[in-house]
Design a protein around this ligand. Sequence first.
Ligand SMILES: Nc1ncnc2c1ncn2[C@@H]1O[C@H](COP(=O)(O)OP(=O)(O)OP(=O)(O)O)[C@@H](O)[C@H]1O
Ligand SMILES: [Mg+2]
Length: 427
Amino acid sequence: MSPLDRTAIGLLLLPVPAVLAILVGTDALAAGPAAIGALSALGGIALGVARLRGRLAEARQIESLNEAELHEEFVRQSRLAESYEMILDAIPEPLLVLRRDRRVLHANRAIVDLLGHDPIDADLTAAIRHPEVIAATAAVLAGQVEARTIEFQRGGAIEQSLVARLVGLPKGRTDGPAAVLVLHDLTLIRKAMEMRADFVANVSHELRTPLTAIVGMIETLRGPAKKDAEARERFLAMMEEQGSRMTRLVGDLLSLSQIQANEHTRPTDSVRIQDILPTVARMLEPHAEKKKVAFAIEADSDLPAVLGDADQLQQAFQNLMHNAVKYGRDGSVIRVVARREGGDGIAVSVIDQGEGIPEQHLPRLTERFYRVDKARSRSLGGTGLGLAIVKHIVTRHQGRLAIESEIGVGSTFTVSLPVKREGIARD
Ligand SMILES: Nc1ncnc2c1ncn2[C@@H]1O[C@H](COP(=O)(O)OP(=O)(O)OP(=O)(O)O)[C@@H](O)[C@H]1O
Ligand SMILES: [Mg+2]
């Protein structure tokens, strides 16, 4: 504060009469005309001082008003910037806001997660290097186009299919936002599309093989084997076999789609696994007899019930125990062990003494139509859908399927299921 300011403030703090009294002395008011002249001169000074006081008060008011306003404006701007960042971070798509010089003004949380680093203030190439995206960004930033969409692949541990959408913003400050780049991850959609195409191709292939065989046999029966009674019988038996294979395939496809359709509704029956296992073993008896294998079921009668769909669980164990018969060793024993697991689950293991499954196939066994040995599975009448059905049934029951196998020793397929707790059935 300057000395002048201090004086002014000092004066302003005192009422005008007091100032006058100081200036002329207390006796001045009782003095003659000279004193009156002096007094009027002093009155002028007083007026001037009053004006000054008014102006200073005004200035102070404006100054303090500006300060308050400035503070308010500062708070408002910070809040705006904060909410702008919060909104951008809440957007699930990876997003960059670019300046006109292609530097990153803001990178939202999704893109920081995707890149593994924050590219703030860096050039766009620190985030995306793809030449087409860079060229599109240049065009948008130069105002040649309003928006551009580029599809590109991003390498890494897992290759991603991404779409970059670039939108230019109205021209503003040079260091302000000039364009927005949003990424859409199409990897899952692309994968789902690929899987659907694969599935259609697989189903067509699985159906075409028996159909081609049947058509071929009909031609033979009409032509070269027309009068050959023995050949006719043989061909008819083969046609029946191919026909029932197609029926099985269509049946398995239907049950798979049914299971998938209600995979998200929880089953509500109370199912005793220890009752299901002997039923399945009886149903598989004809197959077991052919291979001279026997089932040894080890399940306590007091195992707790599971919350499940009895038909589906029966189908799941039938598929697993049938596999054990098909791929197990002739004349061996297949153990089926049901036991308590942890505090609130049971685990059922189907243990065979087959040749085992090479490790690299294990993760893919539950894929539809996946077989270790295609020709062998087909010759055994398999559709390659059995384990896919098991997996979906187990998923619907909120359980787990674990596969262990040792070459030359055998395989163990274990289904873990949560037990039924009081009250859950009515949830
Ligand atoms: N216990 C097992 N031992 C060895 N290999 C097995 C066993 N269970 C399954 N596999 C392998 O896993 C593949 C897939 O089994 P999955 O049950 O899905 O089909 P599948 O048995 O060929 O036909 P199906 O649809 O009639 O069951 C089989 O083709 C086989 O190669
Ligand atoms: Mg099977």
